[in-house]
Design a protein around this ligand. Structure first.
Ligand code: ADP
Ligand code: ZN
Length: 738
């Protein structure tokens, strides 16, 4: 057998090497190999059958570590990702073995420790005090140190020679000890242990369901559908405890560490007594910390790992349970190569590990929902709030009526919302104002009647292209001219809409000058710890009204918040994306769920131009079942996911024509022997046609089955030589169509 080795470094070199006798080389091993006239380090991808012609093959030199660094299951997961998402195994290995882990300079730090095994007798000490005062000083320090151990560095400078003679004389021993670079070492906050709560009957049933999956030989994935505030986190915590008690490990995935501080804190608090076994994989770990955490996890020292998407590759041994919190969140999808969906990879890894997995959400993705309907996943539900509180009352305000009251620009605060804010200020309660911002929204909407120009074939909003004054459907290619008047109400004011959080802040300063207001958006949060500080100030009630974007939609829990205002609920509805309705439903439900989480009842005010849109109406009633039923029908009609798969092929270049031409060439070749069941869309400018100075064009492909699509595109790409200045990207199960 030969070893196929991926050489470390940016150039993705893969070579075969012969394996010298007696060397236990396995896939996933790190090896040292000859490369030209030097030696290099790499990772064994696989073992391949030796062929006759291989006689000249060079032998690999040695194993860097005796055991494979990548476990067989993770390697298997990596192969699946490469095949399914159509990317090279090389790029996947880079995710499995982060750079910090591959770089030898990051390897563990060690320090020398002086250890005293037995305390010398008093007369010995007396004698030493006179004859060898330095030795005496060292011994007295050690005698009183905890466990009679001290770091050599702490014993003072220039003690090396003294220690050496003392070691010889048998007074002490010198050991080396590995030092962990502890990311929590600067002790940001003290965590008090939280005790398990008495579960309500619904939670009990959910926990029982999860526990029986944990005990099963080949458990099925579980979708935990629990309304906001139903106590999902408490169920996660008790399930995790159960797994740890079995001696196994737990992986917790959250949408983004910095945006879910409360969830992370609750895990830390519950497992405070085993704090050093909890690893939180922040994106801001130093290389050294990352290296140490990774190895701590691999050795089974950290038994609970909490992290975002890429933590799905954390090398936990004996995995007993994976929890994916807020499983519907887009952040689980990686938007650079390898473009995997972290949630789906987690499900796959769980299957390979034969461990239990729970996907939790108040608003599950329709993909996961469909899997409960087809019987692939089990469904567990929490339909009530845990503390017996009612779901917040949601009122919908029709902004078309407000528009007539405000001359000039679009109304930002309705009268109803302003009055509600005033009431909260008087009562000393807090409010959250949420502003929907999807990177950009280039649809046309009439401010008088709320009409949005839609594709007659696809039911998605048409995208406005300023350069040639066209409206284009980014699913099927349908084109229309830009209307001069609203097609619905004949008003000439049809416009591109939008305003930002700053504008909202300005308006509040005018109409409620007495209110203490803070803003959470990407701009305001640039300063380090800004998010944490603002959330803490809000918790301490130093802020009365919090304005925020998508950043505040996730898992925040503030008992004194009794009012949530959603300023422009529609904005997300009119993006050129068949998931627009689903996203809007999720967002409104999640944001509304921030209200009334304490003793006091909550109220939510939703401002919209399209009050009758199903996403808004079902969210108003907290009705996931109703929403999913009608949305699934729409998806079925048009063959959108979860009925089939949708992928996007994008070409980008500084040269507009070359990007377009390249994609047209690919289109021709894709069409040539198109496998049955695949629908090939037209070459179209991307909604975001120019980004980072590059022109972008795209093709949307749809297919009932994923593999034939992915493989067909791969095959065509493999036999097409692309111009140097054009980049082509394939995104399987794409979530982002801009
Ligand atoms: P979710 O994650 O489903 O939104 P949380 O886990 O945040 O819900 O729970 C909402 C609130 O209910 C929290 O304050 C939590 O402490 C409380 N809670 C959860 N379970 C119980 C229970 N069994 N009894 C009392 N309070 C509970
Ligand atoms: Zn269309």
């Amino acid at each position: 057998m030969n070893a196929r080795v991926l050489i470390d470094g940016p150039s993705e070199l893969v070579f075969d090497y012969a394996i010298p006798c007696g060397l236990d080389v396995r896939p996933g091993c790190r090896v040292r190999v000859p490369l030209r006239r030097k030696s290099a380090v790499g990772t064994v991808l696989s073992l391949v059958e030796a062929e006759q012609a291989d006689f000249a093959l060079r032998e690999l030199e040695s194993l860097v570590e005796p055991e494979p660094l990548i476990t067989p299951v993770l390697l298997q997961t990596g192969r699946w990702i490469a095949d399914y998402y159509g990317c090279g195994i090389e790029t996947v290995i880079r995710s499995l073995l982060p750079e910090a882990v591959r770089t030898e300079e990051n390897s563990a730090k060690s320090r020398r420790i002086a250890v005293m095994d037995a305390v010398p007798e008093a007369e010995v000490m007396e004698r030493l005090a006179k004859r060898a005062p330095r030795q005496h000083a060292v011994l007295s320090l050690l005698m009183h140190a905890p466990e009679r151990r001290m770091a050599v560095a702490d014993l003072g400078e220039g003690v090396a020679a003294t220690l050496k003679s003392m070691e010889k004389a048998g007074w002490l021993r010198i050991e080396t000890e590995e030092v962990r670079r502890d990311p929590e070492a600067d002790g940001i906050e003290e965590v008090l242990e939280s005790l398990p709560l008495e579960l309500n009957p619904e939670q009990r049933r959910a926990l029982d369901g999860i526990v029986s999956a944990i005990g099963a030989a080949e458990p099925r994935p579980i979708l935990l559908l629990g309304v906001t505030g139903s106590g999902k986190t408490e169920v996660y915590l008790q399930a995790a405890r159960h797994v740890l008690d079995l001696g196994k490990t737990v992986l917790v995935l959250v949408p983004e560490i910095s945006l879910t501080p409360q969830t992370v804190r609750r895990f830390k608090a519950r497992f405070a007594s085993m704090q050093d076994q909890v690893a939180v994989l922040h994106s801001n770990l130093s290389q050294g910390e990352r290296f140490d955490e990774w190895h701590r996890i691999r050795r089974g020292l950290a038994r609970i790992v909490i992290g975002a998407r890429s933590a799905v590759f954390a090398p936990l041994p004996d995995l007993g349970l994976i929890l994916v919190d807020e499983e519907h969140e887009n952040t689980y999808k990686q938007e650079s190569v390898p473009r995997y969906q972290g949630r789906d990879v987690a499900v796959l890894r769980a299957a390979f590990e034969k461990c239990a997995i729970v996907l939790g959400s108040a608003t599950p993705s329709l993909e996961s929902w469909q899997n409960t309907q087809s019987g692939k996943y089990d469904l567990l539900r929490l339909d009530q709030r845990a503390d017996g509180q009612a779901m917040p009352l949601v009122r919908v305000v029709d902004m078309r009526l407000e528009a007539s009251k405000h001359k000039g620009g679009p109304a930002v605060l309705s009268d109803r919302l302003r009055t509600a804010l005033e009431q909260r200020l008087e009562k000393g309660e807090q409010s959250i104002l949420f502003l929907n911002r999807r990177g950009f929204a280039r649809s046309l909407q009439c401010p008088k009647c709320g009409h949005v120009c839609q594709c007659p074939h696809c039911s998605v909003a048409l995208t406005y292209h300023r350069t040639d004054e066209r409206l284009v459907c980014h699913v099927c290619g349908h084109q229309a001219i830009v209307p001069r008047k609203c097609p619905e109400c004949r008003d000439p004011a049809i416009i591109l809409q939008g305003y930002g959080t700053q504008k909202v802040e300005e308006i509040l300063a005018k109409v409620l000058p007495q209110a203490k207001v803070a803003r959470i958006d990407a701009d305001a949060m640039r300063r380090k710890h800004a998010l944490r500080d603002t959330l803490n100030a809000f918790k301490a009630r130093k802020i009365q009204i919090l304005i925020g974007t998508q950043m505040i939609a996730k898992g925040l829990h503030f008992p004194n918040v009794t009012l949530v205002g959603i300023l422009n609920a529609d904005l997300g509805l009119h993006v050129p994306d068949f998931r627009a309705g689903e996203r809007t439903f999720q967002l409104i439900t999640q944001v509304a769920g921030r209200a009334g989480r304490g003793e006091l009842e909550g109220e939510v005010i939703v401002q919209t131009f399209t009050p009758h849109s199903p996403s808004i109406q079902y969210a108003r009633r907290h009705d996931f079942d109703g929403f999913s039923e009608q949305e699934m029908e729409f998806r079925r009609q048009f063959g959108f996911p979860p009925y089939g798969h949708c992928a996007v092929l994008t070409a980008r270049s500084n040269h507009e024509r070359r990007a377009e031409f390249t994609l047209q060439t690919l289109h021709l070749r894709l069409a040539e022997d198109l496998p049955a069941g695949i629908t090939l869309g037209e070459v179209l400018p991307s909604p975001l046609i120019r980004s980072h100075g590059q022109f972008r064009f795209q093709i949307t492909l749809r297919s009932v089955k994923a593999r034939p699509l992915s493989r067909h595109v791969q095959a065509v790409l493999a036999r097409t030589t692309l111009p140097e200045d054009v980049t082509v990207v394939f995104d399987m199960d794409a979530l982002n169509f801009s």
